[in-house]
Every structure is written in C-alpha cells, then in structure tokens.
Design a binder for this molecule. Structure first.
Ligand code: KG4
Ligand code: ZN
Length: 356
C-alpha cells in the first residue's frame, strides 16, 4: 500500500510518499522561514500564497524521488486541520483534485494525529511501536500530553491553558533580542549559562492534573530583563537568563510528564513508551531531562528523528495510510477545519469546550 501525503497547515509546504512496510519513498519539505522572518512570526496570507506557489512542484519532486506515477498510489492524504485555514485549503483542494482525477481514496488527516502516529513509522523495533503509548506533543502551536490508544483513539491528559511551549521559547527569545524562531536560538544562547542565577517561576508545578501554563514564565523573563542595567544587554546576562528559562521549562515538563506517566500506567499497565514529538523535541536539554525521567519511571523514551519531529508530510502520509488500511477515508465534500481537537471529549481547563 502506498500513500501520498501533503502538509500545508503552517509555514512548511511538504509532500511525501510512504508505504505500509514503513518505507519513506519520497520526502520533500520547503520551509517559508525567510518569507516570515522580517515579520517575527508566521503571516497567514503570505503562508497561503507560498503554499499555492510551491505545492505542485513539491508533489512532483516527492513522486520523482519515489520513482512512481500517480496510478501506482493507493490513496492521497492531506492535512485537513487544525491550522491556518488558507494553507489547509490549498493542501486539501490539491489532494482532492489528484484523488478525483485518479479515482483514488482521499484521507483528511488531523495534523496532530500525524504527529501522534509518526513514532509507529520510525520506532526502531522490528515490529514497530504498538498501542497504547504516551505522547508529549510540544511545538509552536501545541502543548499536550495524550494517551494514544489506537488509530483515532486519543485521550488528552493535559494541555496548555495559555501559550504552547514553543511559543514561550519564541516569545522569551524575542524579549532577549535573540531573533526568530526563538527556540533553537535560545537553546544556543543558554550554552554554558548559570541556570540558577535568575529566579523564575515553575507554573503549574505540583498542581493536580497534567495541564501546562507558560504565560507567567514569559512575564517573569520580561521583569528580570527590566531589572538589568539600561543599554544593550550583556551577553553573559542573556546566557544566564536563557539557561534559567530552559531549566524552568524542564522542571515543569518533568513534573507534568511524571504525573501523566502515573495516570497512564494506572490505566494501561502494559504501556511502557513515552514518545516526544513536535519542534521543541529538538531541544537537547529538554530531551535529556525527559530521557532521565523515562529511565527513572521504567518507560522507554522514543523521539522520532528531528526532521520528522518538526512539520513534514511523511507524518501525514503515514497517518493517512493507517486510516486507509482501516477503510476510514473521507468524501470529497470534506471541509477544511481551522480547529480540530484530537480528543473531542476533552474540555479546555476552563471548562468552555475543546481547543485544537
Ligand atoms: O513542530 P514545529 O516545527 O511547528 C509547529 O509549531 O507546529 O515547531 C516549531 C516550534 C517553534 O516554536 C520553535 O521555536 C520550537 O519549535 N523549537 C525549539 C527548538 N527547535 C524548535 N524550541 C526549543 N528548543 C529548540 N531547539
Ligand atoms: Zn506540527
């Protein structure tokens, strides 16, 4: 079984081809970083236009890499949401057109489901990763802990009540004058820093449940910066503040994840794997903290290779394939969804309904 996947929900335009033998035959990603950098963030209108300009060429390249024609595909999958709606429409319409012309099944994939199932494609064990497992999804747009119980069966144990963790990195880095996107720049700035120098809060640490909050941490960074001497920041101050910030995020993650692990274990005694996905999973310090936590709790730690942690189309093709083999496909009347919670029963911490 071979599936073409398309991802256009944020600022990466991507196409990929995967098989049910866990092979990646084609995989191309075009980042729009340089288009958005002057604005210090993703501009939805620019993103949608860039997807439109590049998607057909990228699909051609992915198919060429795979050495396949469209008639050799078994299905076409595209991110159907959640995400920036202009971009999602471009990807969904393109996938539908290919499916309609070639008479192929179309699968609208939830972007979060793509992140959630990638570990089943990349797990090094010969038989792959079986359900259930615990997933920490940490990116610029998402910050959730999920029990992944099967294809289409995701139970949210925790989510952020304000900013996603990648967003917190980006905002803190911006305040420190480090540039965009802030995560990798802040990680580099923190190297060799004194993580105990600045006193920063650990929001939600020790609280019941597994939810996150990061806006207070960002405010604390702003306050610490305002206490520094006027004029350009001293690089040593920034180094120590970045290290202190990372340590605070690490403490919060370890606290929240260890609670989620206990809850997951109580419900799923056979589940033994913690999967980390999303762009923030690139952070070496956080990876090390989570690996140590997993070791301590008797969990196996699994993080997909970096290029499959950040947004890509391999994860969409794979999630599409997992759905296709269960016969779970979508009609050509599928409407793109700007919001699409993975766990429809999950409530926002304020009780006002689900947040994607
Ligand atoms: O998954 P992703 O590529 O896009 C989505 O948000 O869906 O994640 C991007 C986010 C950005 O907020 C970026 O700053 C953060 O991941 N990030 C990092 C690191 N690399 C990327 N955060 C902390 N440390 C890093 N090394
Ligand atoms: Zn993503």
């Amino acid at each position: 079984m071979i599936v073409l996947g398309i991802e256009t929900s944020c600022d990466e335009t991507a196409a990929a081809v995967v098989t049910d033998r866990r092979e990646i035959l084609g995989d191309v990603v075009l980042s729009q970083l340089t288009d958005h950098r002057p604005y210090g963030g993703v501009v939805p209108e620019i993103a949608a236009r860039a997807h439109l300009d590049h998607l057909d060429g990228l699909i051609r390249r992915a198919m060429d890499e795979a050495g396949l024609g469209f008639d050799q595909l078994d299905g076409v999958a595209a991110t159907g949401g959640p995400g920036l709606i202009g971009g999602v429409i471009v990807g969904v319409m393109t996938a539908k057109a290919i499916a309609a012309v070639r008479g192929l099944p179309f699968i609208a994939v939830n972007h979060l489901e793509g992140h959630a199932l990638t570990a089943r494609l990349t797990d090094p064990a010969p038989e792959g990763l079986s359900f259930p497992y615990l997933l920490l999804l940490v990116s610029g747009g998402h910050c959730q802990i999920l029990a992944v119980e099967g294809v289409g069966r995701y139970r949210r144990l925790g989510t952020t009540i304000d900013d996603a963790v990648g967003e917190a990195f980006d905002k803190a880095a911006k305040l420190m004058g480090l540039g965009y996107p802030g995560g990798p720049l802040l990680e580099r700035a923190a190297e060799g820093g004194d993580a105990s120098r600045f006193d920063l809060p650990r929001p939600m640490k020790g609280r019941p449940g597994c939810d996150f909050s990061f806006s207070g941490l960002k405010t604390a960074v702003r306050n610490r910066l305002s206490e520094l001497p006027p004029g350009p920041f001293d690089p040593i101050d920034i180094r120590d503040l970045a290290a202190s910030f990372q340590a605070a995020v690490g403490d919060v993650m370890v606290d929240r994840c260890s609670r989620a692990m206990a809850q997951f274990r109580a419900e799923h005694p056979t589940g033994d794997t913690l999967v980390v996905a999303g762009g923030v999973a690139a952070n070496k310090y956080l990876r090390a903290r989570l690996t140590a936590l997993a070791d301590k709790q008797g969990f196996r730690f699994q993080a997909p290779p970096l290029r499959l942690c950040t947004d890509n189309a391999v994860m969409i093709a794979w999630a599409g394939l997992e759905r296709l083999r269960l016969g779970d496909t979508d009609g050509l009347d599928f409407a793109p969804r700007p919001r699409w919670p993975l766990d429809p029963t999950a409530r926002k911490p304020d009780g006002k309904g689900a947040k994607a």
